[in-house]
Design a protein around this ligand. Structure first.
Ligand SMILES: Cc1ncc(COP(=O)(O)O)c(C=O)c1O
Length: 482
């Protein structure tokens, strides 16, 4: 079957009213080749199929019959009749002034003739979990339902309306000057970073910043990167992909044992809130790290979310000529933005800049700059900090009722619940899956070659939407209890 892209007209269409012109869509339909008398039936079938398989989701606006007819080379009446038929069958809805859309239906309401086995199904975690959607307490992602969509949208609209069209050109690979200037002020104020716009580089999230930094270090002759014994495998993979050899550093109650980094060229650390163990790097170790001499990559992924009364500033302030400070909007706003930033020591700046190609969209960069400048970012952080702190307290109280306790909770969006053995950790994760709850254990964060000194669950209490948190906690307690 040939694939046909039907791109509806963008000029105002009298049929759909002014709204229809705004909602112009590209429609991809599988139609049999050639002209024929069955064209109406084929179009009906193609549209039904697109709705049934979920390719055209509920609420999707369709092109006006005139536009679709023009795109497909059909009589307008044919398309109008097809739309009427599918409206009558319940697949589509037609409303004066807003044109024709895919009906808002649930699987159970499907019109007759649909084959339910072809419908996309929600993912199942298997086992015998109770009714209700699967829940997720794995770390790494904030509550996406708390994203300040209205404020972000208003800011983006303002930015787009007032920015020169030059903004739509390829952005400066180091990042837009406006965002670098605003970030310099914000990072100095909120994180104590010694920041200068000229040393700031915008990247597509921390992962991109890490890859760029590792590539720059490698190009400058570095061979070995010390990494904390527990961390993201994806980050270790990124460093290795740039040709760096890894050396795991033990993490104890005072944070990473920086003394063991002797001989390495650089070290990747999470000083404010070790990921995933949650310890804060002890002041003595901070001083050691600052004096160490190698390059420290400081991953300050959740530095804004600190709950105790002892704010821990960036390590970078102690040694701005040795520390590459890295921040991200993935926890404070949303990972999909792919917005992150580096503050780079002058001696590494050219090497890092040489690695930069395509960064985040200039529109998103300018929106973030305006969001920070207008106070929207700070408001969001304060709101989120309060909400996450409450969740943390509820988690701590819930496990305390079972005689357990969580650690690493002075900051961030996750906590660690130690268990005696790796085998117990695995059993709990499997059991949780049977209860419709996704959990992750320390084992999945341990660096290859690091000793298995601890076992436990890393509970990401930030991830579920607010309305699901109570159920997620109840399932967690049931799993721990059983
Ligand atoms: C330790 C750590 N660093 C950094 C990040 C953020 O990464 P990115 O900015 O690439 O989304 C996360 C988020 O999951 C994290 O857990």
């Amino acid at each position: 079957m040939p694939e046909i892209w039907a791109k509806s007209a963008t000029e105002a269409d009298p049929e759909g009213g002014p709204g229809a012109a705004k909602a112009s869509v590209d429609l991809h339909l599988d139609l049999p080749p050639g002209p024929g008398t069955r064209v109406r039936r084929d179009l009906e079938a193609a549209l039904r199929d697109a709705v049934r398989t979920g390719r055209l989701g509920p609420g999707t606006r369709l092109p006006s019959s005139r536009a679709l007819a023009a795109d497909l080379g059909l009589a307008r009446n044919t398309v109008a009749e097809v739309y009427s038929q599918l409206v009558a069958e319940g697949w589509l809805t037609a409303r004066t002034g807003s044109g024709t859309s895919v009906a808002e239906r649930r699987a159970a309401d499907l019109p007759r003739g649909a084959e339910p086995q072809n419908l996309p199904r929600p993912p199942r975690s298997g086992g015998t979990h109770p009714p209700g959607p699967p829940l997720d307490l794995r770390p790494g992602v904030p509550d996406l339902s708390a994203f300040p969509a209205g404020a972000w949208l208003a800011t983006a609209r303002k930015v787009l309306a007032s920015a020169p069209r030059q903004l739509l050109d390829y952005p400066d690979p180091r990042g837009l000057p406006q965002l670098r200037a605003v970030l310099a002020g914000y990072l100095a104020r909120a994180r104590g970073v010694a920041a200068d716009p000229g040393r700031i580089v915008i990247c597509a999230g921390f992962a991109h910043g890490l890859a760029v930094t590792c590539a720059a270090l490698r190009s400058a002759g570095a061979a070995t990167l010390a990494v904390e014994a527990y961390g993201h495998q994806a980050h270790r993979d990124l460093a290795q992909a740039q040709g760096l050899r890894l050396r795991p550093l033990p993490v104890d109650g005072s944070g990473a044992v920086i003394g063991d980094a002797a001989g390495a060229d650089a070290a990747l650390l999470t000083p404010a809130h070790q990921f995933p163990l949650g310890v804060t790097l002890h002041p003595q170790r901070r001083r050691e790290a600052a004096r160490w001499g190698g390059v420290v990559i400081e991953d300050d992924y959740d530095g804004e979310f600190r709950y105790d009364r002892q704010p821990v500033g960036a390590l970078q302030a102690l040694a701005p000529d040795h520390v590459v400070y890295a921040g991200t909007a993935s926890k404070s706003l949303a990972p999909t933005l792919r917005l992150g930033w580096l503050v780079v020591p002058p001696r590494l700046l050219d090497a890092v800049a040489a690695q930069l190609t395509a960064g985040p969209s200039g529109l998103d960069q300018l929106t973030l700059a305006e969001f920070i400048d207008s106070g929207g970012y700070d408001r969001q952080i304060r709101r989120a900090r309060l909400a996450y702190r409450r969740r943390r307290d509820r988690l701590a109280a819930a496990v305390a009722r079972q005689g357990r306790h969580v650690t690493g909770i002075a900051a961030g969006l996750h906590a660690v619940l130690d268990v005696p053995r790796v085998r117990t950790e695995r059993q709990l994760i499997t059991r949780a899956a049977g209860h419709g709850l996704a959990l992750q254990g320390l084992e999945s964060f341990r660096a290859p070659g690091a000793g298995a000194d601890r076992a436990g669950l890393v509970i990401g209490y930030g991830r579920p939407p607010e309305h699901a948190y109570t159920t997620a906690l109840a399932r967690l307690c049931a799993v721990l209890d059983s």
